[in-house]
Ligand binder design. Structure first.
Ligand code: FMN
Length: 206
């Protein structure tokens, strides 16, 4: 059976557009594929920032770790296990100060783990260790970043795509919800465009 993992991170609660459309995709795929769905709400339950206990602990054998290191590594391992168990990952991210929400950054800081989700090949090039997973990435932003003057400042979608690729998640379909700050009409059009993209994604998956 196909396993879907829905990861949401908008700090805007029920108003979060990335959460809304990522959830629609995940629930739609669940129905279409007859899949299981697990959720990880990083805004409701933010991961801690990574610290010394995790960074030192992950380089040690389990029995050499202090209880604090063991807990920190165990937390990261649980996040990695969720990702590893998923065939499909639906990720929601809403732009905060031109980047991704810090909750989502903290999640990536836990799962981007040398020897576990990435390594290096014989030539010393980085190599993602996850494979065979499809990712749907929903990125919301007040401005427009897919084209035009602000495109060079899209440190959200470009960074997320890079991070995903770095750990081996290269099959990424992006749904942008953008241009919602230019008044109610623009917001309506942006949401209608995202709804159409979600419908197309689900039709393609059916
Ligand atoms: C604290 C904060 C910072 C934001 N920073 C930006 C920004 O740098 N650029 C931008 O285009 N929109 C910015 N916005 C608007 C959000 O990107 C927009 O509301 C988007 O829909 C947020 O995603 P969400 O709906 O999933 O929460 C910001 C919003 C908040 C609340």
């Amino acid at each position: 059976m196909t396993n879907i993992l829905l990861v949401t991170s908008s700090p805007r609660g029920p108003e979060g557009l990335s959460t809304r459309f990522a959830t629609e995709i995940a629930e739609g795929l669940k129905a279409v594929l007859g899949a299981t769905l697990s959720t990880r709400d990083l805004a409701a339950n933010p991961p801690p920032h990574i610290g010394q206990a995790y960074i030192q602990g992950r380089g040690l054998a389990a029995k050499a770790r202090t209880p604090e290191q063991d807990a920190a590594v165990g937390f990261a391992q649980a996040l990695v296990d969720e990702v590893t168990a998923a065939d499909v990952i639906v990720l929601g991210s809403g732009m905060i100060n031109f980047g991704l929400p810090s909750q989502l950054k903290a999640w990536f800081d836990h799962i981007t783990w040398p020897g576990v989700t990435f390594g290096y090949d014989e030539a010393g090039r980085p190599k993602g260790l996850l494979s065979g997973k499809k990712v749907y990435l929903v990125t919301a932003a007040g401005g427009v970043f897919s084209e035009g003057d602000w495109a060079p400042f899209d440190f959200q979608t470009t960074y997320l795509r890079h991070l995903l690729g770095f750990i081996g998640l290269t099959d990424v379909e992006i749904v942008r919800v953008e241009g919602t700050v230019f008044g109610p009409e623009a917001a309506k059009a942006a949401i209608a465009a995202a709804e159409a993209k979600v419908r197309a994604v689900l039709e393609q998956a059916a």
